[in-house]
Ligand binder design. Structure first.
Ligand SMILES: Nc1nc2c(ncn2[C@@H]2O[C@H](COP(=O)(O)OP(=O)(O)OP(=O)(O)O)[C@@H](O)[C@H]2O)c(=O)[nH]1
Ligand SMILES: [Mg+2]
Length: 315
């Protein structure tokens, strides 16, 4: 029961967080379909514009509209209100394919390399994940491999103290690969089950960020077969279309195995989740809906779509 109450609390916060996205996406779609008497080309044109404007992406929009037209032709869709249901079902179908929680095996060493451009929420997400894992009884080690800013190391240190998990760090400008090397040795010696590595989002040297990250990844694989078990890309939902190009770049350069989408609270660009799911096909592990420690949740497609559609209006 207590779990239900907790879940409801999160669901309401998710709903609140998605309010702006809902307004842009669902309310606009409602205005279009509920205001029209018949399903015609004008209605489809308006619907298309609304979906594109809501960042769900051109291919999702195109495929959805085409399939709606087909269904109208086959007389399966007679009332405009039904289009809302079709939109909801189509979103759910795409998101479901990308719903895969991070599976951390019990008693085995699991390493997570967290990457993403600066300011997306990497360090904050690491703090939140550490709290989750600790609560589940897993010994966690945080690793400060963003060594290019003193503030970056301090920020992770604050999280490590707040959550109560150890941190491995070196001084500023130390080689990130060397820190990661030390961290894996400590973990192999039984100091942790889950190792979470914070990396830089931008470098203040001439070194190329991607080359630096590739080097970290290489060292990990060399020191521990199978590592990194997860390359987790943190994406800021408020950046909309930019998020897609960032994700493609990181995926091509270093290979991404999971995504965290942050700052879904207070953005109208939450439709980007659909585009990420469709164009990247990389599992969305978690979503961030605030700056609090418990504002990170496993991505559940049904919960997400329900929260999006279940606003003030009918579901
Ligand atoms: N509203 C909201 N803010 C968030 C969320 N996640 C992170 N933030 C905020 O975003 C800002 C940047 O977060 P960081 O965790 O420092 O981002 P980072 O990716 O580590 O940044 P760099 O270390 O500069 O690359 C902070 O003010 C966080 O509190 C979220 O889900 N919602
Ligand atoms: Mg950081």
């Amino acid at each position: 029961m207590a779990g239900d109450i907790y879940k409801k609390g999160f669901f309401d916060r998710l709903k609140d967080g998605l309010a702006k996205t809902r307004k842009l996406l669902v309310t606009d779609v409602d205005d279009i379909i509920l205001g029209e008497k018949k399903i015609d080309q004008d209605l489809f044109d308006e619907l298309e514009a609304a979906l594109i404007g809501a960042d769900v992406g051109p291919s999702f929009t195109y495929e959805l509209i085409e399939s709606m037209k087909e269904r109208v032709k086959r007389r399966e869709l007679e009332k405009p209100e039904r289009l809302r249901q079709v939109l909801k079902e189509s979103m759910l179908a795409i998101l479901k394919k990308n719903e895969a929680p991070m599976q951390i095996p019990v008693g085995e060493l699991y390493t997570i390399m967290v990457v993403g451009v600066n300011g997306t929420g990497k360090t904050t997400t690491i703090g939140k994940m550490a709290a989750r894992f600790k609560k589940q009884g897993m010994p966690v080690l945080l690793v400060a491999a963003d060594t290019f800013r003193a503030a970056a190391i301090e920020q992770l240190e604050i999280w490590s103290e707040r959550v109560g998990v150890p941190l491995l760090k070196q001084k500023m400008n130390a080689d990130p690969a060397a820190i990661v090397f030390d961290a894996l040795h400590a973990a192999k010696a039984g100091k942790a089950d889950v190792v979470i590595i914070d990396t830089a989002g931008r470098l203040h040297t001439k070194t190329n960020l991607m080359e630096e990250l590739k080097k970290v990844k290489r060292i990990m694989a060399r020191e521990l077969p199978g590592a990194p078990h997860e390359v987790l890309l943190v994406i800021d939902a408020t950046t909309g279309q930019n998020a897609i190009s960032q994700a493609k770049m990181f995926n091509e350069e270093i290979g991404v195995t999971g995504i965290v989408l942050t700052k879904l609270d207070g953005t109208a660009k939450g439709g980007i989740v659909i585009r990420i799911a469709q164009e990247l096909g990389i599992p969305i592990r978690y979503i961030g809906i605030g700056e609090r420690l418990d504002d990170l949740r496993r991505f559940r497609s049904e919960e997400f779509v329900d929260a999006l559609f279940e606003g003030d209006g009918a579901s």
